[in-house]
Design a protein around this ligand. Sequence first.
Ligand code: SF4
Ligand code: FES
Length: 153
Amino acid sequence: MTDPKSHWGKAYTDDDITVYYDARRCIHFAACVRGLPQVFNPQAKPWIKADAAPAEQIAGVVRRCPTGALHYELKNGPAESPEPTSVEVRENGPLFLRGDLTIAAPDSATPGGEVKDTRAALCRCGASSNKPFCDGTHRNGFRAEGGQKLNTA
Ligand code: SF4
Ligand code: FES
């Protein structure tokens, strides 16, 4: 079985937490920037400062990232546990999935095998360069109704 962390991207480490960021799965939803601007600042370098807030607080904001672009590992704390499975249809955008997910995908999107995750945004417009994941290309004019939340336990 593939190590889930092999899909988590670049690591930003402090004593108590490591935050991982995969730019290919970020659609600039900005839940992170709104949640903790002193940690997630796209204008700064590095853009993630894992020492700028308590580790538990950072973990809480990472869990708000709907696409799985962000992950974390606490030095002395539990791993993220999956929420009840849900699918949310976003207006003019992707499907947001939460739960105990196993995603089989082309090697180009998931080198090393299937993706195990708790959060993902799947492309609904067909134009993503990182299918099955959304890469934000739907902003170039994709139109479809949304607002439905399905299969919520
Ligand atoms: S997709 Fe995730 S990492 Fe990207 S801006 Fe949104 S919350 Fe932040
Ligand atoms: S739905 Fe976002 S790129 Fe297709």
